[in-house]
Design a protein. Structure first.
Length: 242
């Protein structure tokens, strides 16, 4: 009753269009998308058919067998998993997260469910993918850092936002960019500032979107070079690469 009243009052005081269908947003906890668009967004539940390593999406109903996309064999992380597909409500929410640091409850729940489902609680350290200094200054915060905070607060696993640094400004990756172009943009783009804190750590790398895996692999490479025993990757969304 109270929740319904809050939603009604909010819609009257601050009417908001769904960023997907342009209809009204009917629930505060849904953020910038309506319930209908969230229901049409593919959120993973653990039964999907995905690549065993990078989490590349094949189909929603899976089979009890490990598949490999053969595009991630040279990546340096152990396993990458996402909460859902980069589409509709999830895509709109991530785009908004790049402009506003507030994270709606539905994103919080979705991220935590992915963390729990994929066995990432074995991590000993949580590290967000860093922004360049220029983009951090422009934005005022790192959206990956905000997501990493949620996972750290939920799990109690220490959060390290300082050790991994983006040492050069790189162009924003677009879905249309090919694998080689993405890899070239992140060559030598990351460094570890506090190398004594990394040896032996089981690192969970957190970001908003996983596209080709070039950024995640570059981060994992430098973390392992500095002694991390393993690196896994958790993101809110997985882009479908053509």
């Amino acid at each position: 009753m109270l929740k319904a009243l809050k939603n009604s009052l909010l819609s009257l005081a601050y009417p908001q269009q769904c960023r997907v269908c342009e209809g009204p947003v009917d629930q505060i906890e849904n953020g910038v998308a309506c319930s209908a668009c969230w229901s049409e967004t593919r959120i993973f539940v653990g039964k999907e058919m995905v690549c065993a390593k990078c989490g590349a999406f094949f189909q929603m109903s899976g089979v009890p067998a490990e598949l490999n996309c053969h595009k991630c064999s040279d990546h340096f992380y152990e396993k990458a998993r996402a909460a859902g597909i980069y589409e509709k409500a999830l895509a709109a929410s991530i785009l908004d997260l790049k402009k506003h640091p507030n994270i709606p409850r539905i994103l919080n729940r979705t991220l935590i469910a992915a963390f729990e489902r994929n066995g990432f609680a074995v991590a000993s350290l949580i590290v967000p993918v860093p922004l360049s200094k220029a983009r951090q200054l422009e934005r005022g915060y790192n959206q990956a850092g905000r997501l990493a905070e949620i996972v750290s607060n939920h799990s109690g696993i220490p959060l390290d936002t300082f050790s991994l640094e983006r040492s050069k400004h790189t162009p924003v990756h677009r879905v249309a960019m090919d694998k080689k172009a993405r890899e070239l943009t992140v060559v030598n783009a990351f460094k570890v500032k506090r190398p004594k804190l990394i040896p032996g750590q089981k690192v969970l790398l957190v970001d908003d979107v996983f596209t080709s895996g070039a950024t995640a692999s570059a981060c994992a490479k430098v973390l392992k070079k500095n002694g991390a025993s393993e690196v896994n990757v958790l993101t809110l969304a997985r882009a479908i690469m053509k």
